[in-house]
Write a protein that binds this ligand. Structure first.
Ligand code: BTN
Length: 237
């Protein structure tokens, strides 16, 4: 992983570049990284504000044999890898909020966006986009997210070496995706749960037809969150 790294000074979104590369049959583990995104995208068609030179904005192209059934697990595996890297480099203690927001003191420092890609031959790739707020100060964020977003610098009081963080992240990503492919989800599921701020807490989930409220109990081996509603029923979300 990361043997081929495409570094671009500025681009609309590393996800867009990664999709293009995936179409051109780039190899498994290719990484796209940039200093600045002018049209960074988040989950649910939201915008992802990506300040120049302050964060880590990257997309990783994976071509496992098992796509797409395993896409949710890969996202959870990526979240664990990012948390471990943040811990290792900064000493901070991040938490994972379902499915893959990474929080420090209840504020979001990292978002992960997983997209599937299929080309004309039907070959599919998994594109995992990671946006990590590293050296921003409060004023670097859009006013509408200032209350809910944070950076590693804001939480640790120190400027963080982004190169060190990228290298740690790529190492953990490789280690954990290999572990997942070779051994399955078991150990990674336990790791995910141990960093989770969601398990054991109330969750509200907007489903296609209804909104479910309950307590998050666990995640399944398929990477599905199990929610227990007041009537005692268990729902997979
Ligand atoms: C979220 O909504 O929480 C997910 C945010 C994902 C942002 C990253 S930054 C690198 C990659 N390129 C994008 O345009 N988005 C992802």
């Amino acid at each position: 992983l990361g043997r081929s790294i495409h570094y671009i000074e500025s681009c609309p979104s590393t996800q867009i570049i990664a999709h293009q590369l995936a179409q051109e049959n780039t190899s498994d583990g290719t990484v796209v990284m940039t200093e600045e995104q002018t049209a960074g995208r988040g989950r649910m068609a939201r915008r992802w504000h990506s300040a120049a030179n302050k964060g880590i904005w990257m997309s990783v192209i994976l071509r496992p044999d098992v796509v797409p059934q395993k896409a949710p697990q890969f996202t959870l595996v990526a979240a664990v890898a990012v948390v471990r890297a943040i811990e290792q480099v900064t000493g901070l203690k991040p938490e994972i909020k379902w499915p893959n927001d990474i929080l420090l003191n209840g504020k979001k420092c990292t978002g992960i966006l997983t997209e599937l890609q299929s080309d004309a031959d039907g070959i599919q790739a998994l594109i995992i986009g990671i946006g990590l707020n590293v050296n921003q100060v409060a004023d670097d964020f859009d006013p509408e997210v200032q209350n809910i977003a944070t950076s590693l610098k804001m939480e640790s009081g120190k400027e963080i070496d982004r190169k060190e963080l990228v290298s740690s992240m790529l190492q953990f990503l490789e280690q954990y995706t290999d572990l997942y492919i070779e051994e399955g989800f078991g150990i990674l599921k336990l790791l995910w749960e141990s960093y989770s701020s969601t398990i054991g807490h109330p969750v509200r989930a907007r489903m296609a037809k209804e909104t479910l409220e309950g307590i998050a109990e666990s995640i399944t081996d398929e990477g599905v969150l199990q929610l227990r509603t007041a009537d005692g029923k268990l729902h997979g979300i």
